[in-house]
Design a protein around this ligand. Structure first.
Ligand code: ADP
Length: 271
């Protein structure tokens, strides 16, 4: 709602003048509500892996004499632990990103290198399912001003999703290109695709079209929220084209940092 939250204070200055202070609390209240929702969602999301670990450790205790069963439960505990630590890492990343609106320690970063790294980190997952994963880059330049690790994370989240929401034996293409005043990374898959209504919601924290599928692939529901914030904090944007049953393209656009301008901005930041 567009409801306004105004706090009004009235203070008589002297016999003739009364001062009326009107403070607009709308924005502050919205931030407060967002924070509260986040905490509620986080607690809910943490309960699943923590509950799982608890049950599994009880199962290990009960099966102490059966070494095969113990090994099986231990393997599942490992999976749950990895999921839990990924989730905690993503929560930390996201709350840092939400708390700022720019990148404090920005340096020139080659976005093509981030994309290559993200692809290499996902290659094993893709190859295991016969998915072909390729990167195309134009001549560039592909320099942007920002945080290399966050930009790599954003690329990795997009490539990971492309793999997770595609069938076996499909093709994923990552294209990095230099545009007028931006560098673009496009990730195109031949996966399950998304409807317009789903696209509206996928950047929300913890939203998943198919929670069961997301859980199966070890998804946290935070990947795209992180991508969105990384783009915003770098002064860029994220766009999606998709068709259910055909596939999707996710495009990250980050302002380019070229030539003289880059030099000036970096030296300003170094001060
Ligand atoms: P998750 O951890 O569930 O993958 P994300 O925030 O990365 O969380 O994505 C949110 C949801 O958006 C996913 O659960 C999935 O339903 C949908 N989604 C993301 N990427 C794609 C894609 N490339 N193709 C189809 N659906 C996608």
């Amino acid at each position: 709602g567009a409801e306004l939250d105004l706090r009004v204070r009235v203070a008589p200055l002297n016999a003739d003048i009364v001062v009326v202070l009107v403070e607009d609390r709308t924005q502050a209240r919205r931030i407060e509500e967002t924070r509260r929702d986040f905490v509620v969602n986080v607690s809910h999301e943490l309960k699943t892996p923590v509950g799982g670990l608890r049950l599994l450790s009880e199962a290990v205790e009960d099966a102490a004499d059966d070494s095969e069963a113990v090994a099986r439960f231990a393997a599942r505990m490992k999976t749950e632990t990895v999921r839990l630590s990924n989730l905690v890492q993503e929560i930390v990343d996201l709350s840092r990103l939400q708390g700022a609106d720019t990148i404090a320690t920005a340096k020139p970063v080659d976005l093509a290198e981030c994309a290559h790294r993200a692809v290499e980190e996902t290659r094993l997952l893709a190859e295991g399912r016969g998915i072909s994963l390729s990167v195309r880059t134009d001549e560039g330049p592909h320099l942007v001003l920002g945080d290399e690790s966050l930009l790599t994370t954003a690329c990795r989240n997009l490539v990971n999703n492309a793999v997770n929401y595609s069938g076996d034996e499909t093709r994923i293409v990552v294209a990095v290109s230099s545009e007028d005043d931006a560098v673009a990374v496009q990730v195109t898959d031949q996966g399950v695709g998304l409807s317009a209504a789903e696209i509206e919601r996928i950047f929300e924290r913890f939203y998943r079209v198919d929670p069961a599928r997301s859980r199966q692939t070890g998804g946290t529901g935070l990947g795209l929220a992180i991508v969105k914030h990384v783009c915003a904090n770098h002064g860029g944007q994220i766009r999606v084209w998709s068709e259910p049953g055909v596939g999707s393209t996710f495009e990250m656009q980050i302002p380019a940092c070229n030539g003289e301008r880059a030099g000036r901005e970096t030296s300003e930041l170094a001060d």
